[in-house]
Write a protein that binds this ligand. Sequence first.
Ligand code: FAD
Length: 238
Amino acid sequence: MTTLDHGIAAALEAALPHRVHRPDSAGYRDSLARIFFPDASRRRPPRVDDGAVLLDLSSHLSHARPCGTLVETQGGATVGSILDSLADSGRVIPVGIVGLAGLGLVTRGGVGYLTRSVGLTLDHLVEVELILPDGEIVRLYEDSTGDDADLWWAVRGCAPSFGVVTEAVMRTHEQGPVHVDRAVVELDALPHYFAVAPTLPRHTTMGAVLGYAVGAAEPAVLVYTATPVLPPSPEEHR
Ligand SMILES: Cc1cc2nc3c(=O)[nH]c(=O)nc-3n(C[C@H](O)[C@H](O)[C@H](O)COP(=O)(O)OP(=O)(O)OC[C@H]3O[C@@H](n4cnc5c(N)ncnc54)[C@H](O)[C@@H]3O)c2cc1C
C-alpha cells in the first residue's frame, strides 16, 4: 500500500475499523496466509501490489443457502461451502477439483468432474449482484436488457474486470454418486490422455491438471475421470 493514496487508506480505516491491514503488519500477513491457497503461500509469500487494495469478502460475505432448485451465495463463499450448504438436498453445482476456490472460479469458468455431464460452473449462474467501480450496485439476470445485458454477458467469464460480485444465484442439479479415479502421471503420458479422452462415454469427464509436486523439478499431470453412476435426466442436462 506504499503508493495508495493515504486519504483513501484513511477513509477505508474509518469505515472498517481494525479490518484494513497495511503492509508489514501482522494483520496483513495473517490475512494473506488465510485467504491464499496454502500451497501457493508456501511457494511464494503472498503480497498485494503497490497501490492495490485486496478485498477479503470471505470474512463477512461467505454464506450460502439452498432455495428450491437454486442456491444463493454471497460473494466471498467458496465452492466447498456452497456444496456443503446443498449437502442435505442431494443437489450440487458443478465445481472444480478443490473446494477452496471462490467466485473467481464461478465467474470465470469452473471445469471439473461434472463438466461433460452438466457443464461449467458459470453456466449455472442465473443472477448476480455486482458493485461497479463507481459504487453503483446492479442486479443482473439471464433476461437483463440494454447495458445490463452486456454486463451480464461480461460477468459470465470476466467478472473480476467489471466489479465485485457480492451475491450470486445459481441453478443446481440433483446428483447421485459419482465414480472418480485420479492418477498422477508424467508429461509423456499426455498424448495418451488426448487420445483417450474424446473416446469416453458422453457423461464421463476426463480432465488433466498440470502442476508441480512439492520439491519436484519436473511438472506432473493429475489426470482424473469422473462418471456419474446415473446419467443426468434430460431436463437436468441443459
Ligand atoms: C489448487 C488449485 C486447483 C484448481 N482447480 C481448478 C479446477 O479444477 N477447475 C477450475 O476451473 N479451476 C481450477 N483452479 C483455478 C481457479 O478456478 C482459479 O484460481 C480461480 O481464479 C479461483 O478463484 P478464487 O475466487 O478462489 O481466487 P481469488 O484469487 O480470490 O480470485 C481470483 C480472481 O477472481 C476475482 N474474484 C474473486 N472473487 C470475486 C468476486 N466475488 N467478485 C469479483 N471478482 C472476484 C479476484 O479479484 C481475482 O481477480 C484451481 C486453482 C488452484 C490453486
